[in-house]
Design a protein around this ligand. Structure first.
Ligand SMILES: Nc1ncnc2c1ncn2[C@@H]1O[C@H](COP(=O)(O)OP(=O)(O)OP(=O)(O)O)[C@@H](O)[C@H]1O
Ligand SMILES: [Mg+2]
Length: 277
């Protein structure tokens, strides 16, 4: 689609021919679950999958990737329409549908939880789960909140930040949370021990309270950018879970995000552990 002055232009009342159309399983939950599983971690997905054809598509994707499904199937599956511009920017129209309806969780054992952004009942459930497991000192939480969560749900967001060990977000999201002073130090004051701020092709910054780290992304040819943030955040966390240093984990995140950026789709080019070393 043609882009002009920061807008993707769609004339009213016309039928517009498009050059290409692809469909894929997406969303922070499945993108990151696939990244974790391919990097060799035993992975489960907790969320609601629709009881419809799109839901089948998601369910089969998890099965193929050896991800255990801990949620329930109900209603209409969440869906996003990604409109790609002629210069590879994109606008996303998202309908959360069943994604908002997670109201319970089964018993399970894990050392880490990775939280993507959820709304509605699912956000309340996420807060409940975090409180329960953290109070028993059972898990560490990695959190990757989106701008809509920061804007719409400041109270739940604050609670989740306090309970998180690792926080990964992009610069715009970070600046919404810290209005003045040092960005990384400000983020750490909200709760997490390790904070990472990404900024597209500009250096990734990280702070663990002792040292500040910077890593510059390579100059690459970007084909399509959906899933870059998810690939980075999940692979960085996977590195930490596997006991890698912060530096090595940042490099793992970078490598996997670049693999995703070089191809269409949010997850088909996510790397396997044997190919990242
Ligand atoms: N143009 C680029 N060239 C090289 N690497 C990039 C580029 N854009 C993104 N990346 C890589 O992906 C990481 C995450 O990108 P970004 O900061 O855009 O995250 P995001 O805004 O959360 O993305 P998303 O919209 O997918 O959630 C960057 O830190 C970098 O490693
Ligand atoms: Mg993001």
């Amino acid at each position: 689609m043609k882009e002009k002055k920061g807008q993707i232009l769609l004339p009213v009342g016309e039928k517009i021919l498009i050059q290409d159309f692809r469909s894929d399983v997406g969303g922070g939950g499945t993108n990151t679950a696939v990244a974790f599983s391919r990097l060799g971690l035993k992975t489960a997905y907790l969320g609601v999958i629709g009881k419809d054809l799109n839901g089948d598509y998601v369910f089969n994707c998890l099965k193929k990737e050896r991800i255990k499904f801990l949620g329930k199937r109900e209603g209409v599956n969440g869906i996003s329409v990604v409109v790609d511009s002629n210069i590879h920017n994109r606008t996303v129209l998202t309908h959360k549908a069943a994604n908002d309806n997670l109201d319970s969780y089964p018993r399970f054992k894990t050392k880490w939880l990775y939280f993507s952004s959820m709304l509605g009942k699912s956000l309340q459930t996420q807060v409940r789960l975090a409180r329960e497991l953290i109070s028993k000192d059972l898990v560490k939480i990695a959190f990757n909140p989106s701008s809509y969560l920061i804007k719409k749900k400041p109270k739940s967001l604050k609670t989740l930040l306090k309970l998180s060990t690792v926080l990964v977000l992009n610069k715009e999201e970070a600046e919404m949370l810290v209005k003045k002073g040092d960005l990384l130090e400000g983020l750490r004051k909200l709760g997490p021990q390790i904070v990472v701020v990404t900024d597209k092709n500009r250096p990734i910054q990280c702070y663990d309270g002792r040292m500040k780290y910077k890593l510059k992304p390579h100059k690459i040819k970007v084909i399509e950018r959906t899933g870059a943030g998810d690939a980075f955040a999940s692979s960085f966390v996977a590195g930490l879970v596997k006991g890698l240093s912060i530096e090595k984990s940042l490099r793992l995140g970078l490598k996997n995000s670049e693999s995703v950026l070089r191809h269409f789709g949010a997850k088909n080019k996510l790397l396997r552990w044997k190919n990242v070393r």
